[in-house]
Design a protein around this ligand. Structure first.
Ligand SMILES: [Zn+2]
Ligand SMILES: [Zn+2]
Length: 221
């Protein structure tokens, strides 16, 4: 019982760690950072290449900032905070964001990909909103919901590429006019970029001058 005051468990493997530590060193070293990126937009690439597929097609977002691959600890913690209340999980995400900042522009407003009502209902916290609020705090930039879902979509990872595009097409609508604003759009996971692209299209349609995106992780699908 005395030990509990000074020791805690690794969020991922349950090894004992010092109190206030979220994960052990072994698990920390397993976190996979994004190394290769598209030269034009920053889309994470598995191997070194110049330009990503999105940049060859019609793309509405400007730059992407994605620090991690959706594997090991990152995958686990994003699942944990999604489906149940997890203070340690929130703290780890806070650390991952703050300790891996990328050189970003200044923005007028930070926003996030909205969750559906059903998904929101099951969760205590919407991860994209949680991450957006951390960035809002770091950069002292207001965080505001600028998009709303007009219809529910299926989870992107369940779908094939063509279905993904159809799934998100016109699923979002802007809440107001965004005269000439520079916006940072936030999400927790990116699959192909179809959702972000659709959101960016809506934000630009409402008048945004620039839409960059911060996403915590890129799935390997
Ligand atoms: Zn561990
Ligand atoms: Zn690109």
């Amino acid at each position: 019982m005395f030990d509990e005051i000074f020791y805690s468990e690794c969020l991922y493997c349950s090894t004992a760690v010092m109190y206030r530590e979220t994960i052990c060193e072994a698990c920390f070293s397993e976190i996979k950072k994004v190394i290769h990126r598209c030269r034009l937009c920053g889309y994470p690439l598995n191997v070194e290449a110049e330009v990503c597929k999105n940049c060859l097609e019609s793309k509405y977002y400007d730059k992407l900032f994605i620090p991690f691959w959706y594997t090991s600890v990152v995958k686990s913690v994003l699942k944990k905070i999604k489906f149940r209340y997890n203070i340690k999980g929130y703290r780890l995400i806070d650390e991952l964001v703050r300790k891996n900042l990328m050189k970003m522009d200044r923005y007028d407003v930070i926003t996030y990909v909205p969750s559906t009502f059903m998904r929101r209902f099951r969760r205590f916290v919407h991860p994209a909103e949680y991450i957006a609020n951390i960035l809002s705090d770091i950069y002292m930039t207001p965080c505001e919901p600028l998009l709303k879902r007009v219809r529910n979509t299926s989870y992107q990872w369940r779908l094939k590429k063509k279905e993904r595009l159809k799934n998100v097409s016109e699923a979002f609508t802007p809440k107001k006019e965004l005269f000439d604003l520079k916006i940072l759009l936030v999400d927790d996971i990116i699959t192909t970029g179809a959702t972000l692209n659709e959101c960016a299209k809506m934000l630009k349609g409402a008048g945004a001058r620039k839409v960059d995106c911060y996403v915590l992780s890129k799935g390997l699908f």
